[in-house]
Ligand binder design. Structure first.
Ligand code: SIN
Length: 545
């Protein structure tokens, strides 16, 4: 089966839907998502969107905070562009019906939250459910647009590239590597559909599921990075995995984040004796940059042997806590924790991938007609450590730029017919009998990534991880060719590749900077390493952008 569209968008979070809504003004848009349409990382985002709205704030301060957090690796031009465009993009969301929280008794001014690393209050939010408010509004608009079709339970397997077509004997006229859409698994019908598109946009989010402890939903298996890398997209800075300092620690709680906004409103971190410890690590104390807070907690836990630390906001009046954090309050109550009365047990967990598919200032990758937006991309905004609440902002700004640029690609490409892409060839594949092999390998990867490639790394741990992932990848190759593809198998294949990319980038960077901390190279080495780690298919190299 074949489906043709002007634009193919992979992912239905803030990046994918924002892009789709703009692109739909110039062409037809097919949007694929591997589960239900709202099952995205955006939907779980609590904190908000950082932007300059307060009279006491200005662009230079937001730019400065982003650069400082990024540890010398941000692209300053990109930072400026994103920060300056922020307020306009947020006003657009308001005009689409997103109900951001206002100051009490003041319909005109937004309530601005505070988070780690920000020198001013600038987090635009909808209480502690910002992501779901944005997701809902975007989905409502997308559902009503006649040019947008959303395909749920459709998972992209691989991109259709010029090289792939040549390998299958199809003659194409492009001189450069070009993308013409993707092979997509219809998960429920177990069939593979060829989606042909003149512009393809990867917006599939991050890869938190590479680690056993993560704030991310189950969908975050690094699909976009893996899919892009396999066709030769340059990948950068994968060593910079952001660990959020405060995820709920409870045996039954899965992936529940305690927003940094809790510390922004006065929450303090305590050890098991009730001692405030962040004062020992950074002048900004509990609101220091995320890499610093996560590493400090890790060190405290290693010193004490405790399983968690505590985040306490109970000194604030109960009505204030319930008003600001209704979602966190309700969820913690389910686990028997009343945050108005007692501290919350917390641990760091993998939260955000600062690296990804390398793009230019419009979200374009090194492959023609292929864009990447949102967490899947490495645009130069985040550097070695993303500033809190800059990610939804990045997605909004780049979705607009990519839509404008790709509309120009489309105007050029429309005159050319779609190529005759070969249909998906299942070969001799049969149904897999033992699903346990997949879950076992998935589990193994996530454990060794946590233990060897986590908050603190060493050369030896990285070497061990490299050996393990290579063995697992050999096994995956076998199942991939012998068995019919399923969502679980595809996710495992992607997860293993993304793990390999994180290990490779972490092994290449011989210093400690931002989110990458290696005990064998504990210092920052600006002379040799103030640059991105860039790798691409079959070639591992370091180069400046
Ligand atoms: C949070 O609410 O702490 C997450 C915000 C972010 O990751 O930017």
């Amino acid at each position: 089966m074949e489906i043709q569209a002007d634009y193919l968008v992979i992912g239905t979070g803030i990046a994918g839907l924002s892009f789709a809504l703009r692109a739909a003004e110039t062409g037809t848009v097919a949007v694929v998502t591997k589960k239900e349409r709202s099952e995205t990382s955006t939907n779980y985002a609590q904190g908000g969107i950082a932007s300059v709205f307060d009279l006491d704030d200005n662009f230079d301060l937001h730019i400065g905070d982003t650069l400082e957090s990024g540890g010398g690796l941000c692209n300053e031009e990109i930072v400026k562009m994103v920060v300056v465009d922020g307020p306009t993009r947020i006003r657009e969301l308001i005009s689409m019906g997103v109900g951001f929280t206002h100051r009490e008794g003041d319909d005109r001014n937004l309530a601005l939250g505070m988070e780690g690393g920000h020198s001013k209050r600038r987090i635009v939010h909808t209480k502690d459910r910002t992501g779901s408010a944005v997701e809902q509004a975007l989905l409502e608009h997308a559902d009503q647009h006649p040019n947008i079709t959303i395909y749920e339970n459709h998972m992209a397997i691989d991109l259709i590239s010029k090289t792939k077509m040549i390998k299958r004997g199809i003659v194409t006229t492009e001189t450069r590597e070009t993308c013409w859409g993707a092979y997509v698994l219809d998960v429920h019908k177990s069939r593979v559909i060829t989606f042909l598109a003149r512009v393809t946009v990867l917006c599939s989010g991050g890869a938190g599921k590479v680690y056993i402890y993560t704030s991310n939903p189950d969908i975050a298996s690094g699909d976009g990075v893996a899919i892009g890398y396999r066709v030769g997209v340059k990948v950068a800075n994968m060593e910079f995995v952001q660990f959020h300092p405060t995820c709920l620690y409870h045996p039954q709680a899965k992936n529940f984040l305690i927003s940094e906004a809790v510390r922004g409103e006065g929450g303090i971190l305590l050890d098991s004796h009730g001692r405030r410890f962040m004062e020992d690590y950074h002048p900004l104390k509990d609101l220091a940059y995320r890499d610093v807070v996560a590493r400090s907690i890790d060190l405290e836990l290693k010193k004490s042997g405790d399983e968690c630390v505590y985040l306490d906001i109970s000194h604030k009046p109960a009505p204030f806590i319930k008003e600001h954090f209704p979602n966190i309050h309700e969820n913690c109550l389910k686990y028997g924790i009343d945050i108005t009365k007692e501290p919350i047990p917390v641990v760091p967990a993998a939260h955000y991938m600062c690296g990804g598919l390398l793009t230019d200032a419009d979200g374009l990758t090194n492959i023609d007609n292929l864009y990447a937006i949102g967490e899947v991309a490495c645009t130069g905004l985040h550097g070695a450590n993303r500033l809190a609440s800059n990610s939804l902002l990045e997605a909004l700004v780049f979705a607009k730029r990519a839509a404008e640029r790709s509309a120009q690609d489309l105007a050029r490409n429309r005159v050319r017919p779609f190529p005759q892409a070969p249909a998906w060839d299942p070969g001799r594949a049969t149904d897999m009998e033992e699903q346990v092999v997949i879950s076992h390998n998935w589990d193994e990867i996530r454990r060794f990534m946590w233990n060897y490639v986590g908050i603190v790394r060493t050369n030896r741990r990285l070497e061990r991880a490299k050996t393990r992932v290579a063995t697992i990848q050999e096994e995956i190759k076998e199942y991939y060719w012998d068995f019919l593809v399923t969502r679980d198998l595809l996710e495992l294949r992607n997860l293993a590749l993304v793990s390999e990319l994180i290990i490779t980038c972490a092994s290449l960077r011989k210093e400690s900077r931002g989110l990458h901390y290696n005990l064998d190279y504990p210092a920052v080495d600006d002379e040799h390493w103030q640059r991105d780690t860039v790798i691409w298919t079959f070639i591992s190299d370091i180069s400046n952008l």
